[in-house]
Design a protein around this ligand. Structure first.
Ligand SMILES: Nc1nc2c(ncn2[C@@H]2O[C@H](COP(=O)(O)OP(=O)(O)O)[C@@H](O)[C@H]2O)c(=O)[nH]1
Ligand SMILES: [Mg+2]
Length: 197
């Protein structure tokens, strides 16, 4: 798949307010600070398209990005698991993500779940994957920040992530926004999600 054009469309706090854009959507989910915005920028080939931040937890909106003039949308979901927010706020985030998955069901071609390659997925990551099973949504796991580990450490972590989330090692694509590792594989996975939508 070749990305020729990418542009920001809209930010929404409520997925029900989003109109039907008439094209398949690939959602990008993961903890805050895992690298969702950076991943979207890497796919787009535009560094400032999605705002990145070194302080986690600020994006509470669902951001839509159009790719190739209506071929598909990448949907940047609010990051979950930010430690400093209270339970009420956490609940709101959960509702937003679940609301999106439930309300946009017909348009979602698949979900990319981003996991920091250095971390073992926790209860929230597992819950995310459980939602996707529940809604029968196809997904792929993107292990981010590959540049932080050696190839040998990557192999080991990939196995840990696969067994923790009960997915195959082949379901995990290791990426890096710094050296573009895994960019082609990620695009292939996305194409696969779109073809089967
Ligand atoms: N070394 C490295 N840092 C990354 C990578 N992707 C994201 N980051 C950094 O991780 C932080 C959070 O990234 P961001 O895309 O804003 O995460 P988000 O909260 O999930 O959208 C930023 O400081 C990024 O520069 C990567 O592939 N390698
Ligand atoms: Mg972000």
């Amino acid at each position: 798949m070749i990305i020729k054009k990418a542009k920001f469309v809209v930010s929404q706090s409520d997925s029900r307010a989003c109109k039907d854009y008439g094209c398949p959507e690939i959602a990008v989910a993961g903890k805050s600070n895992v690298g969702k915005s950076s991943f979207i920028n890497m796919i787009a080939g535009v560094s400032g398209l999605a705002k990145t931040s070194s302080t986690p937890g600020r994006t509470r909106l669902i951001n839509y990005f159009d790719f190739n003039d209506g071929q598909f949308m990448l949907v940047d979901l609010p990051g979950y698991g930010f430690a400093k927010v209270d339970d009420n706020e956490k609940k709101k985030w959960g509702n937003m993500i679940e609301g999106y998955l439930a309300n946009r069901f017909g348009r979602i071609a698949g979900v990319l779940v981003l996991i920091d390659i250095r971390r073992t997925p926790d209860a929230l990551d597992k819950q995310m994957v459980a939602y996707l099973h529940y809604y029968h949504l196809p997904f792929a796991i993107i292990a981010t920040k590959g540049d932080k580990l050696s190839k040998m450490q990557q192999t080991k972590q990939r196995q840990i992530i696969a067994s923790t989330l009960a997915v195959g090692v082949d379901d995990i694509v290791v990426t890096s926004c710094q050296n573009k590792q895994g960019l082609q594989q990620a695009l292939e996975r996305m194409e696969g999600l779109l073809v089967n939508a």
